[in-house]
Every structure is written in C-alpha cells, then in structure tokens.
Design a protein. Structure first.
Lengths: 299, 315
C-alpha cells in the first residue's frame, strides 16, 4: 500500500523533528536510527495530506486546464468559480443546516440521557440496578449498524420516517457514553455527595451542580465524539431521509459520486465544502478530540 | 463509517462496587428509576427493539412496501438465506475486507505511533496529518479518491506510472476495486488507531527508557523489549475494534463502487440493503440480518471472554 503517491512536498517543512525525546544521551547508531525514523514518518505524514491538498488545488483550477494537464499542481488562473457553482447547483445550505441540527440535538440528548443514567447507577440504590447495568454491558456488543432493516420498519410503524427524530432517537442511548460518564462520576468522592445530602440538596441538584461540573472531561469527550459520529453517519440517514432537501452532508454528497465526469473542479469544491465544517472544528479542538478518542476507546 | 465504533468495555470491575449499607429508602429507589428511565426507554425501544423486530419478521414473508408482517413462514427464510450463494458471497466480501484491512490498520499505526512518540517536537503536526481524515465524511473521501482513481487522468493512476507500474482498473476489475477501497480505508481510518496507540504510549513512564539507555539499550532494543510488551493490551483493543468495524463496512464500498464490478465487492450490509429495500423482501433480509448479527455478537463475546480471562490472569 505504500505505492500511494510521491508527495509534491508541501511547504510545511517540519524542522526540529529530529531530536529524540526518549533516551537522552545516544550513541551514533541511536542518532542515526532516530534521524531515519523522523524522515520516514515526516514523509509519510506529508503523503497523508496529499488528498486534501489535491482536492483543494483541483477545486481552484478551471476545468479546461484540469482536462489538459490533470496532474499539474499549478494553475495560471486560480479562481473560486467552482465554489459558487457547487453551492448553487445542490442544496448544500440545507444539508449543512440538517447536519448541524441533527448532530447538535443528538449531542445534547446523548450527554443528558447517558449522564443521568450513569449518575443513577453510581449514586442511587434502586431495585434492579444491577440488571440495568448488565443490560448496558450487553448493549456494548449489539452491532446497531447491522440492524437497519428492522429499525427502518420500526420507524415506519411509528410514522417518523423523513423526520429529524428518525435520525436522532436511535443513537441517543449509547452504552459507551454511559460507561464513560460512569467511570467519571464514580471517581467523585462519596463524602462530597453525602455532605450535599446532609445539607438538604435533592438528587437533581446533586446531579446538575456537583456531578456534572466535575465530569467536564467526560462531557467534552462524549460530546465531541458523538458530534463527529453523528455528522458523518451515512447508512441510516440515507435510508430515512429521502427528500433531497432533508438530507445530511454525507448523504447529499454521495449522490455526486460518479456524476458528471467533466466537472472536476465543481465536484472537488463540493467535497471541500463537505469537509470544511468538521475540519474547522477539528483544527480548533485538536487536542480535546485526540483526548476524547483516547478516553473512550481505551482500557 | 468504519472506525467510528468507539466501544470498549472498560474492565469489568464496575459491577462490584459495594452497595451502600442497608436497604435503599423509597425516595432513592424512585429517584434512581427517574434518572435511568430516559436511557432505558430509548435503549429498549431502539437497541433491543430492532433485535426483537428483526427476529419476529425473519419468521414471516414480510415485504418492505406494505405495512404489516405478512404471513408466517417459519424458518424457511433462514433456509433460503443459508443456501443462497449471493448471501455467502457478500459475507465473504465483508470477511475479505476485514482480512485485507486489519493487518495494515493494526500494525502500520503502531509503527508510526511508536516512531512519532520518540520525537521531541512537532507531534501536533503528525496528529493533524494522520487524524484529520477521520473527521471527513465518507462521501467526501469517496469523491476525492474517485477523482484520484480516474483512469488515465487521476493522480493515483498516474502515480503508478512514476514508478514504472501500470495502475489496475480501479472500477472495472475486482482486484483493482479492492485495492482502491482498501487504500481509501487505510487513509481514512489510520488516524483513529494512531491516536489510540499514541495515548497508550504517553502512559509509559520516561524513567523506564532512561534506565534502559543507561543499561546501553539502543532505540530498536527499547522499542522491542519495552514499548511493544507494554502496549500489548492496546494492540489487542485496536485489533478487536478494527475487526468489528471492518466487518461492518458499507459506506466506502457502496459509495465508491456500489458493490461492483458486478457485485464482486458487495458487503453483507449492502446485500441486506439490496434485498430489503430494493427487492422489498423484508422477511428474507431480516433473516440475513439475524445471521450477520449473530456473527458479530459471537466475535465481540469471544473477545470479551478472552479479555476477562487475561485480566484475571494478570490480577
């Protein structure tokens, strides 16, 4: 698979990748090893950026020029025409709105519903608690993606097909999210909660004013990952959102694949527009996102 | 999305938290249920519900066009599914995709995470380059790669020429199609595993390496004798997450190839999609769903049991 593409080296020459963090004093062979490793990894990382750059470059070139010189990363006539064309020829604006509303609502519901249940499982003694916990653990092993057909029939019976709810509801009760909250809330000292009880605080106040503020890392991890997952979901929204205007970004964009073979720039412009919102979020929250993946995926 | 599956059962100790002494007062019992009810209701309705519905419908000759379940046919849908060559072909395609992607996506990110962790600076750059594709929607990935795979003019097609090779027919031949979809998947989901490894690497204490250096261990020895053994649990985790998400492949193959050429790459989910939603054979597709569902559950349960055993062996 290393046959990818010789990167037309982008300007981001990463100086200083050569100093070994680990190991302190190194002998000559150690230095050589680290230098070699650094070069290799840097090259690989640059190759990784090629598809992004290629889409961006193509979207800024005129179609005739692309057809004449398909692999030249340069243009004599950079322009944004393809973007205005892409924006006007498909309901991208609607797709943005739909994706945004669906993802945001999914995040809000997931965080509230899962953290409440986790709080109950940690701090409240109620009958059947262990059965509930067992159900949650079992839920980790249920591959929801495989169940689209029965799920579809269920939503048709409920009359919810074509609505935002059809996309939002199935992804709210997420066992992993509950477990992430569970492990955070469990780390809160019991004494703190008992003190609040003695002061006469109700359970809702303890949940909203003690447990939640103290689980902020869990909230951000769950929120970020739910947002990405929900924004990028494809199969389920494809099935339930059939109107062009009600589709989300991934579903809408997929209809452009294999479309007109000559409108390279427009197609790439749509791809860039589809990537942009989440990539912007990613650039701002890079560290938190990486942390979130690590927190939820590991141990 | 392939690698989106975040699930990872945390070690099974949660359930053993000692109950706070004595019986629960009634108010606490009620509060507990009130807090847990929204989750439970949605969980039962949309996670357990579809399993039950799928099970029931697989026993009827339901069609997807009309409401109602149709008439009882017993196990004949299952008999049809299990003797259908197209179904097994699609099962094989999902398995083949798993076999092709898993080794690359478990080992390559491991190698690069280990190498990157040895660098002192610019780690953000690697995180950016490797992880950014993960936040890109599948359809956008497919748009870009379809363009790069274009016969004659595509960037990747041409890249083969730079090395004196001829590019395979990415859309017309089965092997070319597999190559295309595997390469795309590696690019797209590499970062997720990379981040999992990176996080685990950060937990390894610096002192271990310092001690090893004092003892005269070179970098390669350090990686082999310290890093890899300490990462073993993470490698196991990445492996199972990768297997499960690869078995559920749909997006890339459907968008890029529609399972083609001539259904030779069609994965199970698309088979269920085609029979259930295009051919309207709801009962039959539900039976296929249940067979596939059982395979996935068996894989996760097997992993869970293996983990439990190795955890208790460690303790």
């Amino acid at each position: 698979m290393s046959t990818v593409v010789a990167a037309p080296a982008a300007g981001t020459e990463s100086s200083g990748t050569r100093r070994p963090r680990r190991g302190g004093e190194q002998d000559a062979s150690g230095k050589l090893f680290n230098r070699l490793a650094a070069t290799c990894v840097t090259l690989f990382a640059l190759i990784w950026l090629v598809p992004f750059l290629w889409a961006l470059i193509t979207s800024l070139r005129p179609n005739e020029e692309i057809a004449a010189n398909p692999t030249t990363p340069w243009s004599d006539d950079w322009n944004l025409d393809a973007y205005s064309y892409a924006w006007n020829s498909s309901p991208l604006g609607w797709w943005y709105v739909n994706s945004f509303v669906i993802s945001t609502l999914t995040v809000v519901f997931t965080v509230v519903v899962c953290s409440m249940a986790a709080f109950a499982l940690v701090n409240l003694d109620f009958r059947g608690k262990y059965v509930v916990f067992g159900l949650v653990l079992a839920g980790l092993m249920v591959p929801v993606e495989a169940l689209v057909l029965p799920q579809f029939l269920e939503f048709r019976t409920l009359g919810l097909l074509g609505t935002y709810w059809a996309v939002i509801l199935p992804s709210v009760a997420l066992p992993v999210a509950l477990l992430v909250f569970h492990s955070f809330i469990r780390a809160i000292p019991v004494a703190l909660i008992e003190a609040a009880r003695l002061d006469g605080a109700g359970w809702w106040r303890i949940y909203s004013q003690i447990a939640m503020p103290l689980s902020r890392p869990a909230i951000s991890a769950v929120a970020i990952l739910t947002f990405i997952t929900s924004w990028n979901a494809f199969l389920w929204p494809l099935l339930v959102l059939t109107q062009t205007k009600s589709q989300t970004i991934p579903v809408g964009l997929s209809s452009l694949v294999g479309g007109s073979a000559i409108q390279y720039a427009e197609t790439m412009a749509s791809a860039v527009l589809g990537i942009l919102p989440l990539l912007a979020v990613f650039l701002v929250l890079q560290r938190q996102i990486a942390q979130g993946v690590a927190n939820t995926g590991i141990k | 999305m392939t690698a989106t599956a975040l699930p990872a059962p945390r070690s099974g100790v949660e359930a053993t938290r000692p109950a706070t002494a004595g019986r629960a007062p009634r108010s606490e019992n009620r509060a507990g249920w009130l807090f847990a009810t929204p989750f439970l209701a949605l969980y039962l309705a949309f996670l357990i519900g579809p399993v039950v519905i799928g099970l029931v419908i697989s026993l009827f000759n339901t069609t997807t066009v009309r409401a109602g379940v149709g008439s009882w046919v017993g196990l004949s849908n299952y008999a049809d599914v299990l003797t259908n060559a197209d179904f097994w072909a699609s099962m094989w395609h999902s398995a083949l995709f798993t076999l092709l992607t898993t080794p690359i996506l478990v080992l390559l990110p491991l190698l690069f995470a280990v190498l990157v962790s040895r660098m002192s600076r610019n780690q953000w750059f690697f995180r950016l380059a490797f992880f950014a594709p993960y936040v890109v929607p599948s359809a956008a990935v497919c748009l870009i790669f379809a363009f790069m795979y274009t016969p004659e003019t595509g960037l990747i097609t041409n890249a083969f020429g730079w090395f004196g090779l001829t590019a395979p027919d990415f859309f017309g031949s089965t092997s070319g199609a597999w190559f295309a979809v595997v390469l795309l998947t590696v690019w797209w989901t590499f970062g997720f595993n990379f981040i999992l490894y990176t996080a685990a690497l950060q937990e390894i204490s610096e002192e271990v390496y310092e001690a090893a250096t004092l003892d005269g261990a070179g970098p390669w020895q350090q990686i082999r004798m310290i890093t890899i053994p300490l990462l073993r649990p993470t490698i196991g985790l990445v492996l199972i997450l990768q297997v499960l998400s690869s078995l559920k492949v749909f997006d890339q193959i459907y968008i890029l190839l529609t399972g083609g050429p001539n259904y030779t790459t069609r994965p199970v989910i698309q088979y269920i999609f085609d029979t259930g939603f295009s051919a309207y054979r709801g009962g039959y597709a539900a039976a296929a769903t249940m067979v596939y569902f059982v395979v996935l559950v068996v894989v996760s349960v097997a992993w869970f049991l293996v983990r439990r055993r190795s955890n208790s062996a460690d303790a």
